[in-house]
Design a protein around this ligand. Structure first.
Ligand code: PLP
Length: 375
């Protein structure tokens, strides 16, 4: 039953590439030290500036996966010995804590039960107890559990304080209509293979004026100050991910011509419908307050990995659980998807359940999804 067109990817990174992006990726390389590249790069930067909607051009792109920009955030905005709070409610929160410790920060880990979202009041209390705290590191969308953290409220809390709010928005930027400077975010991290619908290898780092005053100059490859100087003029300190930058321009054009409000609406409709559909099947949506970029599902008495395997036999790839959630949940990405892509995953899910011996009436989940769209 494997489709002749090959596997479909519904994982929270990498996500499927739109045709217009694949067309750009298939072109012959251009050299980066040319007016041609500079012009395209400046246009790309202009579009990214529109996406984040802030007056300053405080952002750089790196040739790295998303974690590279997370490391850059830690290195460029914090000194050794700085005290920071890391919100740890999943695998990516753990990464913030590990990165901080590796580079000599004093990390206060604020543990959140996996699947729950951080209570902003707890962050506020910790900041009061630690007035020397220099930063709060958090995910907006914790992709490992599917939980959404309320970064807007966190922004109100850190706004008047010295602490920088550092947000890993790798599965949020390009999904939500994020307004970092209005929300009080100080450092924002994005990555190419998630909501930007590109191959992996390009990361983005945006920062506020407040963060800019803290630049440490500690990094070499990931040096924000040196990169910004070059990138503002349409060049880069090192060889850029040329093709990915050209493709990012197409991706940003797609997002902005749909309009970020509409993009967010599309993801909201897809995720709400998917949640209703899986609940119809007797499964539980894993996070309490879910992100709209993906849906993490707890199939209760079923082994999530057997279910995934069955779906893969039909050519539908969804992601499994990470860390302590391995085998317990599966994750359906909405990123890069159209409304009518979801019935493909839900159909595979229904058939897989039936093949694993679960009695279900075929079509119920797909029906619930379509009803939700129509409603
Ligand atoms: C994918 C992801 C990352 C970064 O992973 P890379 O493999 O380095 O691109 C970081 N944080 C979140 C929330 C993610 O979803």
């Amino acid at each position: 039953m494997k489709p002749f067109k090959g596997e479909r990817i519904f994982t929270p990174g990498p996500v499927e590439l739109p045709d217009s992006i694949r067309e750009v990726l298939g072109r012959q390389i251009i050299h980066h030290r040319t007016p041609e590249f500079t012009q395209s790069f400046l246009e790309t930067r202009d579009l990214f500036k529109k996406l984040v909607g802030c007056p300053e051009e405080n952002f750089v792109f790196f040739a790295s996966s998303g974690t590279g920009a997370m490391e850059a955030a830690v290195l460029n905005f914090f000194e050794e010995g700085d005290r920071v709070i890391a919100v740890v409610g999943g695998k990516f929160g753990e990464r913030w804590a590990q990165l901080g410790k590796r580079w000599g920060l004093k990390v206060i880990e604020l543990s959140v039960e996996w699947g729950k979202s951080v209570d902003p009041e707890e962050v506020e209390d910790l900041l009061k107890e630690n007035p020397d705290c220099k930063g709060v590191l958090v995910q907006m969308s914790e992709s490992s559990t599917g939980a959404l953290h309320d970064v807007k409220t966190l922004g109100e809390i850190t706004d008047e304080k010295e602490a920088l709010l550092v947000v890993d928005a790798i599965t949020a930027l390009g999904v939500y209509n994020m307004k970092p400077c209005e929300w009080g975010i100080d450092v924002l991290v994005g990555g190419s293979q998630k909501a930007f619908m590109l191959p992996p290898g390009l990361s983005m780092l945006w920062f506020s004026e407040k963060a800019k005053r803290k630049l440490t100059g500690r990094a070499y490859y990931f040096n924000v100050e040196e990169e910004l100087k070059k990138q503002a003029e349409g060049q880069t300190a090192f060889t850029p991910a040329i093709t990915l930058i050209l493709a990012l321009k197409e991706s940003l054009n797609m997002l902005l011509s749909e309009g970020m409000d509409n993009v967010e609406k599309r993801y909201r409709a897809m995720s709400e419908g998917t949640r209703k559909a899986v609940e119809t099947l007797g499964m539980r949506v894993f996070p309490e307050n879910p992100t709209i970029s993906l849906t993490a599902v707890f199939p209760r008495d079923l082994d999530a990995d057997s279910l995934r395997k069955e779906m893969l036999r039909m050519g539908v790839r969804v992601a499994g659980g990470q860390g302590k959630l391995k085998g317990k949940i599966f994750r359906i990405s909405h990123m890069g998807m159209d409304l009518l892509d979801m019935p493909v995953v839900l159909s595979a899910l229904e058939l897989a359940l039936k093949r694993l011996g679960k009695y279900i009436k075929l079509g119920n989940a797909v029906g619930a999804y379509l009803e939700a769209l129509d409603g």
